[in-house]
Write a protein that binds this ligand. Sequence first.
Ligand code: COA
Length: 337
Amino acid sequence: MSNKNKLIPLKISGVGYCVPETVITNDDLTKLYDTSDEWIYTRTGIRERRFVSGEENAIDLGYKAALNAIKKANVKPEELDLIIAASSAPPNLYPSIACRIQEKLGAGKIPAFDITAACSGLIYTLEMARAYIGAGLYKKILLVATDNNSRLCDWTDRGVSILFGDGAGAMVVEEAEDGVDDILAINIKADGSIGEYLTLPLTGQNCPLVEPCEEKPVHIKMNGKEVYKFAVRIIPEYIDKCLEAANMKAEEVDYLIPHQANQRIIEAIQQRLGYSDNKVISNIKYYGNTSAASVPIALAEGVEKGKIKLPSTAILCGFGAGMTWGVAIVRLREGIC
Ligand code: COA
């Protein structure tokens, strides 16, 4: 963790989200393989998820989420200094999602790039933005977390494809002119030695002049049990570290807005914190795991549905492929979503 005392303070000024229209229920999935609503719901807390259709992709979802976030932030696209997109399911490796969103927004020739930190993506980009703003390099940054995992699932693998949904969240962060820092603590980490728990190999194929070869399918592979054990071990530990860094007790934070990967993982974290249900934001039932987008969707939708009152404070946490993880304790100002 960097020394926050030396940084220019950061304000979270707008949060938005977008989910595709098509709803696929657990019952719908029974048409693909041997499963049931009861199995999926009791193991994961998921009842339905949203999927893109036609040509819609993570760029379109991210763009709409970005429009909502910049509107809430009352920022014009041309005022932005930088766009960072986090995605592990982009439609293209290049041009990046961030470059396409820069063009769609008409944001001018500002720097724009993507990062891959899977479901920790939003927390990773928040830490990066904090460094850029904190150092005085940029004043207004758009963060977009957008994923379209439905195109990357193996639709014969019932152990993985039941989990994911498509969606996007976006956040505008700025130099806090009132001197109040909205990041009370943040900590991002990775452990590449356990990266094989969750993979999306882009194997491609060798040059046919070297050897004959066949194209291999691109699919998410996961060791669900190991990911589960990893998440319930690592996230409470890093929430404790962040609480200590923020000099706060768990009960002093208003909400837990966790990555929506599995309701049982959310409940394990909730139990460790001793939080009542109304402090824990969960919408996994309706959206499944939307990867990097899940935390900003839960935040913006939580405010929209009246589950989160503003102003308040929240623990945001994510974990995912890499393996990566991140926790942030943030101040949520009035009117940000
Ligand atoms: N419907 C019905 N049965 C299913 C099924 C499905 N969709 N998926 C798997 N099963 C079966 C398995 O074949 C297995 O049967 P068997 O005992 O006859 O071999 C049994 O259910 C148990 O499977 P298992 O994979 O051990 O289940 P699990 O209890 O570990 O639950 C997950 C699977 C994926 C729900 C769970 O491991 C999980 O949520 N892990 C975390 C994943 C995660 O968060 N990933 C995202 C990280 S960002």
